[in-house]
Ligand binder design. Structure first.
Ligand SMILES: Nc1ncnc2c1ncn2[C@@H]1O[C@H](COP(=O)(O)OP(=O)(O)OP(=O)(O)O)[C@@H](O)[C@H]1O
Ligand SMILES: [Mg+2]
Length: 503
């Protein structure tokens, strides 16, 4: 549950908030003055403060200053009426998280509040990176015992102890953001804010203003001055995610911040001085971007001083088992299950053999889904997506792809062959089990639009039936619940027999 503290002397506003946030996920406390709000802080320990700028004795700005002294990581959202926006800008310079112009719409209010709560959570939930002990809280940790991960941990420790700029590289889903947060949490700046900006998610023209702010009239639509993330994050750490997507003018400004700690807001002359640590990440090879002149070489060298590379999951398969157990425990904890589900040896072996193009994120999603699919206390092979199956049987030559029919890919065919679900005809079959199988097949087909379920299934079933019966077509047809004539047609259609090598 998130704790929200509203500081506003207007009873109407307090009443509206109580109605808007009447939810079991939010605990709302109200205070009618800055003094009262400050008094409540130590005991209440709110996750977020939302406060009116103009109040009785102690102004919103003064209250904000004191809140920041007490806890620089507590996000504060200011509310302001038209005509007092200059004060709102002052508030942003003091480190307010955001401000809202009154009257505001409820969806906008909720959006700002939820984004601030997420930022607060990221700042507070410490990411541990030592090899986790069994008894430890499973909420957030970087899991891994493989050699490459041991080196990563060592480097995190060194980076946390210094104030150096860091560049984190690695494929998507390898844990770059998690590592950035671990560096922050263990650094001397851990009591100051941490702001994450995804450079790829913000349109190019807006990113510069988002980071550095702008002056009124700097461009069409810039109706008021705006304070950027760097100014807001004084003393703290900024995480520039997907830095490879940054435009050249913004790159130039970042370089200057790194070299001189200064910048100008977009459209402004005033030089602003900042003390912010930069941690950057990218999943594209920046060297390539440099050679194609999309990324400044000098900035690259500046960022690359300390480089932390996260290995792909397939390069450290010995960590898969640990990660699976970690996620099973984490899921049990968040879903308040009495005990985590276990995993069958067969399912674990399949997970350890998978290439994991989506890395740890993909593994986490697969485990999440498997715990939903699992009916009992253990995750079985049949609870995993169909493409995570056993490796193809090496001894038997594979038949060629049928012409005219949709291709059944290697993994698809192998995974289907490995399916532990007994094959029965739909008329006689166990509906629930077949529904589960259908669900897995749809998932398999969705992963690659080239795949066509019916021909792929037909083909693999015919091959399987023939193998089971050592090529006896009468028995195979019976097993499949089709006539021998139909079986022959399928064999022809998929050109199976000649290549199957059945004695
Ligand atoms: N070593 C790890 N131990 C535990 N959880 C991990 C580990 N690595 C990644 N995760 C989890 O996997 C998910 C993806 O991690 P993260 O967002 O840090 O990846 P990323 O490298 O930033 O990916 P992208 O390039 O797609 O942004 C997160 O839920 C994270 O908690
Ligand atoms: Mg990321």
């Amino acid at each position: 549950m998130d704790k929200l503290l509203l500081i506003d002397d207007e009873a109407d506003m307090q009443y509206s908030f109580r109605r808007i946030f009447d939810s079991p996920d939010i605990q709302l406390t109200t205070a009618s003055s800055g003094e009262e709000g400050l008094r409540l802080l130590p005991k209440l320990k709110p996750d977020l403060v939302i406060m009116d700028i103009r109040m009785g004795e102690m102004s919103g700005l003064e209250t904000l200053r004191r809140i920041r002294q007490a806890d620089a990581k507590l996000p504060v959202i200011m509310m302001t009426a038209y005509g007092t926006t200059q004060t709102a800008i002052e508030a942003m310079k003091l480190g307010a998280y955001d401000y809202l112009l009154k009257p505001f719409e409820v969806p906008k209010l909720k959006e700002v509040i939820f984004s601030a709560l997420k930022a607060a959570r990221d700042m507070r939930r410490v990411v541990s990176y030592e090899p986790l002990l069994e008894s430890e809280d499973y909420e957030l940790g970087i899991v891994g015992r493989s050699e490459p991960m041991q080196s990563v941990f060592k480097l995190i420790g060194q980076l946390a102890a210094s104030d150096a700029t860091a560049l984190i590289t690695g494929e998507s889903g390898t844990g770059k953001e998690l590592v950035a947060r671990a560096i922050y949490h263990h650094s001397r700046r851990s009591r100051q804010p941490f702001l994450a900006i995804n450079c790829a998610a913000i349109p190019e023209q807006l990113l510069e203003s988002e980071l550095f702010g702008h002056e009124k009239g700097a461009f069409t639509g810039a109706t008021a001055q705006r304070i950027g993330k760097f100014e807001q994050c004084q003393g703290g750490t900024i995480f520039l995610d997907e830095i490879g997507d940054m435009s050249p003018p913004t790159q130039t400004k970042i370089l200057r911040v790194l070299q001189a700690g200064t910048f100008e807001r977009v459209g402004g002359n005033e030089t602003v001085k900042v003390d912010v640590r930069i941690v950057a990440a990218t999943n594209q090879p920046l060297e390539e971007a440099v050679s194609q002149r999309r990324f400044r070489e000098d900035l690259f060298y500046r960022l690359n001083v300390v480089r932390l590379h996260l290995p792909a999951l397939r390069e450290r398969r010995e960590d898969i088992r640990l990660l699976v157990n970690y996620f099973l425990k984490k899921i049990a904890q968040t879903q308040q299950q009495p005990r985590p589900k276990s995993i069958s040896a067969e399912a674990l072996a399949a997970l350890e053999a998978h290439p994991w193009p989506g890395n740890v994120r993909e593994l986490e999603n697969v485990i999440h889904r498997a715990t939903v699919m699992a009916k009992g206390d253990a995750v079985l092979l049949s609870d995993l997506p169909v493409q995570i199956g056993r490796a193809p049987e090496p001894a038997r030559p594979r038949p060629p792809e049928p012409t005219g029919a949709a291709p059944a890919t290697d993994t698809g065919g192998a995974a289907l062959a490995a399916s532990p679900v007994p094959v029965t005809t739909p008329e006689r079959g166990d509906d629930a089990e077949l529904a589960g199988l259908a669900e897995r097949l749809f998932h398999w087909a969705r992963c690659d639009r080239q795949r066509k379920i019916i021909p792929a299934v037909e083909r693999i079933l015919v091959i399987h039936a023939l193998r089971e019966t050592r090529g006896n077509q009468v028995q195979a047809a019976k097993l499949l619940g089709i006539t021998r004539a139909t079986l022959r047609k399928r064999i022809e259609k998929f050109r199976i027999r000649a290549d199957l090598n059945i004695q």
